[in-house]
Design a protein around this ligand. Structure first.
Ligand code: SIN
Length: 296
């Protein structure tokens, strides 16, 4: 995938990072409705750069964040059995809270705590995973809690021809039982054999519906299983694909500043979050843009 160079459109400007994905976009105010021209410009920049960062977006309300995200597609609602508590449950249903803060009711106000979140694709364990997410920083810790992304087009392109041929028509089961910090989700039992994991099964090689390019589509490493292979062969091939995908050369890291919002494409990137000091506060609002069936 070629990275775009700096581009401008009226008041908007895209400045790609030095890495294989990620770009800053200037001239957008998340508090205001998007014109159709600006929307088109953002969509093109998003397809070219996979992750966009909007810096200096101060005091964006949950309603404004919802309105901005909604301009890019229909939004998923947070799960009914969600993890939003402590006064934050009045937020629009399209807003999910990612936080380690404990509310007045003694419960975490959001999900993921202060732990490290392993490399993953959001909700790839469902048949129609989200196409992307917007994550907005409301409170951030002095250090840590950074979010990294990898370019899954490049992960695919760099595989040997032999591996590309091997995985061309294979599907993988994306286990639903654990979240990205490794916690067992409510209602699931511990998986002892990945062949019995419960979750959607998707092609390992995905055609991106916008760019029509091939990318590797992986969800979470734990309990993944390649359908039809003996378990040891599935494990070996998955290890090879995960090592290729999480190569530091494919990575761009978002070091958070207050007022940053990032928009990522969940179809052609994976992400991971560092841990941070549990005694500091981190509060992020997240929206999730509805996706489409995964086409191989
Ligand atoms: C996530 O994995 O969706 C959360 C990322 C973050 O907290 O930075």
């Amino acid at each position: 995938m070629n990275k775009a160079t700096d581009t401008t459109n009226g008041g908007l400007k895209v400045v790609p990072s030095q890495n294989l994905l990620g770009a800053d976009i200037y001239g957008v105010n998340l508090k205001l409705p998007l014109s159709s021209e600006d929307k088109q410009f953002i969509e093109k920049a998003w397809a070219d750069n996979l992750v966009l960062r909007f810096r200096g977006q101060e005091n964006v309300t949950p309603q404004e964040l919802t309105q901005f995200s909604n301009a890019l597609g229909d939004l998923d609602k947070r799960p009914v059995r969600g993890t939003v508590n402590g006064g934050y449950n009045d937020l629009p249903l399209e807003i999910n809270v990612i936080s380690n803060i404990i509310g007045d009711d003694g419960k975490p106000i959001g999900g993921l705590g202060s732990y490290e979140a392993d490399w993953h694709t959001d909700m790839s364990y469902v048949d129609i995973p989200p196409k992307g997410c917007v994550l907005y920083s409301v409170e951030i810790p002095p250090t840590g809690g950074n979010t990294s992304f990898v370019n899954m087009y490049e992960a695919y392109n760099r595989l040997s021809d032999k591996t590309k041929q091997k995985i061309a028509n294979l599907k993988c089961i994306h286990d639903a039982s654990k979240n990205s910090t490794g916690e067992l989700r409510q209602g699931f039992t511990e998986v002892t054999d990945p062949r019995n994991a419960v979750g959607a099964s998707h092609p390992l090689v995905r055609i991106h519906p916008v760019t029509q390019q091939k990318c590797l589509f992986l969800g979470r490493r734990k309990n993944a299983y390649i359908v039809g292979l003996p378990l040891n062969e599935s494990e070996e091939l998955l290890d090879e694909l995960w090592a290729a995908s999480t190569d530091p050369e494919l990575k761009w890291t978002q070091v958070w500043q207050l007022g940053d919002a990032i928009l990522w494409d969940n179809r052609c990137t994976m992400h991971q979050r560092d841990s941070f000091d549990a005694s500091s506060r981190r509060l992020m609002y997240r929206t999730q843009i509805r996706g489409e069936l995964v086409m191989g």
